[in-house]
Design a binder for this molecule. Structure first.
Ligand code: HEM
Length: 395
């Protein structure tokens, strides 16, 4: 008997609405899936996705980790920095950046994250009804990245607008929209100016710290610095906004879990949301050599998608994976990747999400999302909401 497999098209708006039944079918019937039309393979089981993350030499990042043709190829690292490099080049760059992006710098941000959150909350909660994304979740992460990098307050709204444009994709369109390409260019130009300003006069920010990083006489070039600043916006901003929105939404549709969340199970709320509906769903790799998996051979040079969103719902690792359950063990989640490219900002992302939700829960005893007004973001990689209209009850 043959099983009818759904077509897995990561550009399809209907797929964005609910990718999980498609993932379940892939895990069950086509753990190594091939889409001839779009020219990629896909791995959907937890063990395979984890294996690919760990075998970074074989599953190479050097041609970029996005499906977008414009961001694929040896030039990918020009905008995606060391995310789109293999070791040893990746290791060298990441080590240089890690010297500036220290745990101390991240931990020191907690108080500023709280202050930034309170500022936005004061405005949002001036009415019982507000948009969770526009008024809060969309603002805090960009302000935190900007704070870290040293972007002045008056430029932050414009940078947020550009960052949103960079990741937006049109229904069924394979290529990067013109507006996204133009926004990318504007961001790069902005960061080049920032680097030049800090070169002239250092401040207490990461950009200044990175200018002074020195490992055995090696420094980051302007081009390397700009690519890293650009990566921080794309990697650190959208994903955290989406994590917050997903937490707010999924607790709303699971009232018993919402009770737990509102009574203080905040770290559990953050991690179960990361597992249940990861904001970064898909990463691409390129096979460096012919690779046999599940009885088929992926030829060298072919693109392979790692379906993080599917791995996190794999029943082989997470019992009852489709249940949103704040009390479960989430330690095997793959939402921040694994191995040499493991998310550099994972602890910052968790810190931000925890602080924002803690501050909210300290002021709000109940809330409801207006489902008629919800709008999803359509992006191949980032999963989450553009609008979540919300009504709250103040404590
Ligand atoms: C919920 C929020 C976040 C999610 C889901 C997320 C997810 C990821 C994932 C899956 C990777 C691995 C990419 C790969 O293997 O190709 C990654 C890498 C990275 N992330 Fe995050 N991230 C988040 C927040 C952040 C934040 C807040 C920052 C910094 C401000 C950040 C900076 C980075 C950087 C620099 C890398 C590249 C690491 C490398 O290639 O060595 N991320 N992130």
């Amino acid at each position: 008997m043959t099983t009818l497999l759904p077509v897995f098209d990561p550009y399809d708006y209907a797929f964005h609405d609910d990718p999980y039944p498609v993932y379940a079918a892939l895990r069950e019937h086509a753990p190594l899936y091939r889409n001839d039309g779009l020219g990629f393979w896909a791995l959907s089981r937890h063990a395979d996705v984890l294996h690919a993350f760990r075998e970074a030499e074989l599953f190479s990042s050097a041609d970029g980790v996005s499906l977008d043709p414009a961001a694929t190829g040896p030039h990918a690292s020009k905008v995606m920095s060391f995310l789109a490099m293999d070791d040893p080049r990746h290791f060298r760059m990441r080590s240089l950046v890690t010297k500036g992006f220290t745990p101390r710098r991240v931990a020191a941000l907690e108080e500023r994250v709280r202050e930034i959150t309170r500022e936005h909350l004061e405005v949002a909660l001036s009415s019982d009804t507000f948009d969770f994304i526009d008024d809060l979740a969309g603002k805090v992460p960009m302000d935190v990245v900007s704070e870290l990098l040293g972007v002045p307050v008056q430029d932050r709204a414009e940078l947020r607008r550009l960052a949103d444009l960079v990741v937006h994709r049109e229904d069924g369109v394979l290529d990067v929209p013109e507006a996204a390409a133009a926004a990318s260019l504007e961001l790069i130009v902005y960061y080049l100016d920032l680097v030049n300003a800090r070169r002239a006069k250092r401040e207490d920010d990461l950009t200044s710290a990175l200018l002074d990083v020195d490992i055995d006489g090696e420094h980051l070039t302007d081009e390397e610095l700009c690519a890293f600043l650009f990566l921080m916006v794309v990697a650190g901003n959208e994903t955290t906004t989406k994590l917050l929105g997903n937490a707010w939404y999924w607790a709303d549709v699971h009232p018993a879990q919402k009770d737990l969340a509102l009574s203080g199970a905040i770290p559990e709320w953050v991690d179960e949301t990361l597992r249940f509906d990861a904001s970064s769903q898909v990463l691409a790799r390129t096979c460096a050599a012919d690779t046999e998996l599940h009885g088929r051979v992926i030829p060298a040079g072919d693109r392979v998608l790692l379906l993080i969103g599917s791995a996190n719902r794999d029943e082989r690792v997470f019992p009852e994976p489709d249940a949103y359950d704040l009390r479960r063990d989430t330690s095997e989640l793959l939402s921040f990747g694994n191995g040499t490219h493991f998310c550099l900002g994972a602890s910052l992302a968790r810190l931000e999400a925890r602080v924002v939700l803690e501050e909210l829960v300290s002021l709000v005893s109940a809330y409801e999302v207006d489902h008629a007004g919800i709008e999803r973001v359509h992006s191949v990689n980032v999963r989450g909401f553009a609008h979540l209209p919300t009504t709250v009850v103040r404590r």
